[in-house]
Design a binder for this molecule. Structure first.
Ligand code: G4P
Length: 529
């Protein structure tokens, strides 16, 4: 096996998704702890403070102590080279959160055992589903009182429409959380109390057939509950099926507690075995193989002004195949030019590292003099690869935007257009009047602030944002009649994008359904192309 093949085969690139506060950061820290990347969890991504100290990114980020970008963490564990893509949540939830999922080969979904499926998880899940990537569920906070375990599984199946297969099973929860039962190995794994943030706690492993020992470890009552539950599970839950997992049809479910480290390493070990090596990607009618093909990559995110002194932009790209060597000449397919990627970097949560080489599965950040767009392909000059574009995700917040000083019309249009090209916002026009009125759509409301801040600081234009009540946007896939004849609800608004394609805005989901009912042959989509 060649060195490149070895390097690519040991890579596992996944995104970690959750509703805010479910425990994504804590779980990531524990992964790093096992990988030896840090000694004591908590030191890498301590919420606001650590990020302040190291990041010279946008002022807004500093002021609010939040990260506007998603970051990448790379570490080694048990012979694997793992890339974790963090997806921004909270107020900084944005289209980037979705785009990050386009760069991952699988997703780990963290769910709070006491809360079950929450809105943000649902949205992210939809995007994973669209790509059919494997999804692994970690039900967290079992050290606290959690919902009924069977009900949690039911909720995932119903709400997210995916079959579940528990790989381990919790033994109690809250104060009586004793550990987990590993269904494949048929072993009870109990944990002694671990100190918060270390991996030193003792575990003991007992075969389920050794009933006396199991009773001694977890008590008679818990043992008999466990035995009943195992029987129920074996009869009722979906069977373990690796193909179904890898095609995103079945989610393996794990229980544990990131905070106290219960069940984290078992999860990591199974996850690494079940998730895939870097997946082939589609270019036209061909599948580009990560190992057989030479270097290729696509841009999934552009971050502006990460360092104000240099007014630079960084294009984040996912390497899809082959090896990248420093200073190698590559072709930027959409620009039709060959170029050298200057100073490729790996952007970690707390540092930037200049890279000499990187492989299929890795994420690199490259200085962008303003030539890249989201979805662009890079490959070797001899090759003809063009990856499918990244879809446009439905914004959920809309505002009419006007410049305060009418003399600054030109800068204003230039500013909003450029910021929209970077993919931070989407801009639309009134259906009939055109560019005089601009409507901005964003996935997360923070993007409005980013827009205002950047127009003032970079383009010297002050703006006024007038929020609009719409929350649902639909691209029109097909319709039989003329657009003017579409019979909508009273809250429906027609707009168009910069390519003059018509779109519909609605205040509520119900109106979307009504409009579909009233117009035979009308097909709407939540994703643009
Ligand atoms: P997020 O990235 O998904 O937003 O969640 P994060 O890890 O920041 O966790 C949110 C809160 O939940 C934190 O508490 C964290 O300590 C706690 N938590 C995470 N995993 C577990 C778990 O397994 N059990 C319990 N009981 N709590 C857990 P916080 O008080 O908001 O923050 P902190 O002061 O502890 O950092």
């Amino acid at each position: 096996m060649s060195n490149i093949e070895q390097e690519i085969n040991k890579r596992r690139t996944f995104a970690i998704i959750s509703h805010p506060d479910a425990g994504k950061t804590t779980l990531t820290e524990k992964f790093l702890l096992y990988g030896g990347a840090i000694n004591l969890a908590g030191s890498v991504k301590g919420k606001a403070t650590a990020r302040h100290a190291v990041s010279d990114w946008m002022e807004i980020e500093k002021e609010r102590g939040i990260s506007v970008t998603s970051s990448v963490l790379q570490f080694n564990y048990d012979g694997y080279c793992i890339n974790i893509l963090d997806t921004p949540g909270h107020q900084d939830f944005s289209e980037d959160t979705y785009r990050t999922l386009m760069a991952a080969d699988s997703a780990v979904m963290v769910i709070d055992g006491a809360k079950g499926v929450e809105p943000q998880t649902r949205k992210l899940f939809k995007v994973c589903g669209m790509r059919g990537i494997p999804i692994f569920t970690f039900i967290n906070k079992m050290d606290r009182d959690a919902n009924d375990t069977f009900e949690l599984l039911d909720e995932i199946e119903k709400e997210l429409g995916i079959a579940t297969c528990p790989i381990n099973w919790p033994i109690g929860c809250g104060k009586v959380f004793k550990g987990v039962y590993d269904r494949q190995k048929r072993e009870v794994v109990t944990y002694s109390d671990t100190e918060k943030g270390t991996k030193e706690g003792e575990t003991s492993i007992i075969s389920i057939d050794d009933e006396d020992k199991v009773t001694a470890a977890i008590g008679e009552e818990r043992k008999s509950i466990l035995f009943d539950e195992i029987e129920l599970l074996d009869g009722a839950s979906a069977e373990y099926d690796l193909d179904a997992i890898q095609s995103g049809k079945l989610t393996p479910v794990f229980f544990g507690s990131a905070l106290t480290n219960f069940g984290v390493e078992i999860f990591l070990q199974y996850f690494l075995k079940m998730t895939t090596t870097p997946l082939p990607r589609k270019s036209g009618d061909n599948m580009i193989d990560p190992v057989k093909n030479d270097f290729s990559a696509f841009v999934f995110k552009i971050q502006a002004n990460m360092n104000k002194a240099h007014r630079d932009r960084i294009a984040f790209m996912r390497i899809c195949s082959g090896k990248y060597d420093a200073n190698m000449e590559v072709k930027h397919v959409q620009g039709g030019k060959t170029m050298r990627l200057s100073r490729p970097q790996q952007i970690m949560a707390d540092e930037r590292k200049i890279l000499d080489e990187a492989y299929g599965g890795d994420i690199i950040g490259v200085f962008d003099p303003g030539i890249f767009s989201i979805g662009d392909t890079l490959c070797m000059p001899k090759d003809n690869i063009k990856y499918e574009g990244i879809p446009t995700f439905a914004p959920e917040h809309f505002a009419r935007v006007r410049q305060i000083d009418t003399m600054k019309r030109k800068q204003f249009i230039k500013g909003v257009t450029q910021i929209a090209q970077e993919g931070a916002i989407q801009i639309f026009q009134e259906y009939n009047t055109g560019m005089e009125e601009i409507i901005v759509g964003v996935v997360g409301v923070l993007q409005f602030e980013v827009l205002k801040y950047r127009l003032e600081n970079e383009y010297n234009v002050e703006i006024r944002l007038e929020p609009l009540p719409y929350e649902h946007i639909r691209w029109i896939v097909s319709y039989d009649t003329e657009l003017d004849k579409i019979v909508g609800t009273s809250d429906m608004k027609k707009i168009k994008d910069l390519k003059d394609r018509p779109l519909l805005l609605f205040i509520n989901e119900w109106s979307v359904g009504m409009t579909l009912d009233r117009n035979k042959g009308l097909e709407l989509s939540e994703f643009g192309t």
